[in-house]
Design a protein around this ligand. Structure first.
Ligand code: BGC
Length: 397
């Protein structure tokens, strides 16, 4: 078969992402780090001390963009405090990225909260919206010149869902009402942060990263299953995007869900039927195409802020990335304005536990493998395959 050459638009961004608590190490004062119910990230990848090495590796792998997050608890360990030493650290990190020519995506909130935020009632309390705005203003003043894209909040839908609906992440509350309130407060905090950032940097690009699955009714002919799938789609995308303020859509995409109506909780996700990743998540690259087409109506540029696969043996990753990129290319051909792809994640990380007994180090999403006893990084073969695509802005399939 002759090979197909798929060119990506000029200026397309290529890279990978991480979040502070998952990679930095040494974070001891957020809600995850003090919770006895869940495994801690501990020294993680020690990226706090090894960021230069990691970013140089990313550069060698042809990346021109990088996504990372600030740890709010490092910067504001107390409500009325701004830790200059922590700020200097992040300044060094961001400067280094810019010096090396990366386009920087900076996330302000990626699941974790300072303890004083939890003490004041967390995201259920309106006061947290005000606290978040103050933090955002400080972050803009400190780092504004080194950031190209601001991701205010990572996956408010997932945070509200796992922390408040399922109650398996801090603060372990199980209530649909609390979940709804938290989700709404986070969206409101995003909107307000949008204004704060634009107040200081009118040309800044500000968005959220939202986790949107490809949800389909388990039985196409069932009205109730169709309703349940529509309900899921509404809450993950339209509820977060309709009439909200944003300059781009950050899409985090991982899931293909067959959805059945359930009398108790409306939505029941059926077990996967096809190939699965090490996480047990079904591998269905076509899903991203469907999600991208559904986002076209918002008429905003789209950056894939996360997509990846847990694959310790690296047997699927390269072909998964290629299949996903083929689908993204198809969507672009259908006039969906996709402008970048950030693989999740640059390196193996602490992965938020979802089952009792998990250490957080079972899943290997990284382009770079990490040996957590020596902290040595190893370039996986799939990272090289992805590097060829990044360097040439072209996928050959
Ligand atoms: C989160 C990441 C996480 C990834 C894989 C996303 O929902 O933003 O922090 O590592 O999923 O589970």
């Amino acid at each position: 078969m002759p090979k197909k050459i798929l060119k990506f638009p000029k200026g397309f961004l290529w890279g990978a992402g991480t979040s502070a608590y998952q990679v930095e190490g040494g974070i001891v004062n957020n809600d995850w780090a003090v919770s006895p119910n869940i495994a801690k990230s501990g020294q993680a990848c020690d990226q706090f001390h090894r960021f230069r090495n990691d970013f140089l590796l990313a550069k060698r792998l042809g990346h021109n963009a990088h996504r990372l997050s600030l740890e709010w608890a490092r910067l504001q360990p107390e409500k009325d405090m701004w830790d200059e030493k922590a700020a200097d650290h992040y300044l060094a990190v961001l400067r280094f990225l810019k010096q090396k020519g990366f386009t920087v995506f900076l996330t302000l909130h990626h699941f974790t909260n300072p303890l004083w935020v939890t003490a004041q009632g967390g995201w259920q309390n309106h006061a947290t919206i005000e606290s978040f705005k103050i933090y955002v203003a400080k972050a803009i003043l400190a780092f504004g010149h080194y950031v190209d894209f601001w991701v205010t909040i990572n996956e408010p839908n997932v945070y509200a869902g796992l922390s408040y609906l399922e109650g398996i992440w801090p603060p372990f509350q199980k209530s649909p009402w609390h979940a709804f309130r938290v989700y709404r407060n986070m969206l409101s905090a995003h909107n307000q942060a949008y204004e704060v950032i634009h107040g200081y940097f009118p040309h800044a690009k500000v968005g959220m990263a939202i986790n949107i699955a490809h949800n389909v009714p388990a039985r196409k002919s069932s009205k109730l299953d169709n309703l349940a799938a529509a309900f899921s789609n509404y809450f993950s995308s339209d509820f977060a995007l309709h009439e909200k303020k944003y300059d781009f859509i950050g899409l985090n995409h991982y899931f293909y869900n067959r959805i059945k109506f359930d009398w108790r909780r409306i939505v029941k996700i059926l077990p996967p039927e096809g190939r699965v990743s090490d996480k047990g998540w079904e591998i269905y690259p076509r899903g991203i195409y469907e999600v991208l087409l559904s986002l076209r109506r918002y008429q905003k540029p789209i950056y894939i802020t996360e997509n990846g696969i847990a694959d310790e043996k690296d047997s699927w990753r390269a072909s998964y990335i290629k299949e996903i990129l083929t689908q993204i290319h198809r969507a672009i051909a259908k006039r969906v304005d996709v402008k970048g792809y950030l693989y999740w994640s640059l390196l193996d990380t602490y992965e938020w536990p979802v089952r009792t007994g998990e250490t957080g180090y079972e899943s290997k999403f990284g382009l770079l493998g990490v040996d957590f006893s020596t902290l040595k990084r190893r370039i996986r073969p799939s990272a090289k395959a992805f590097a060829d695509i990044c360097r040439q802005n072209t996928l050959v399939v």
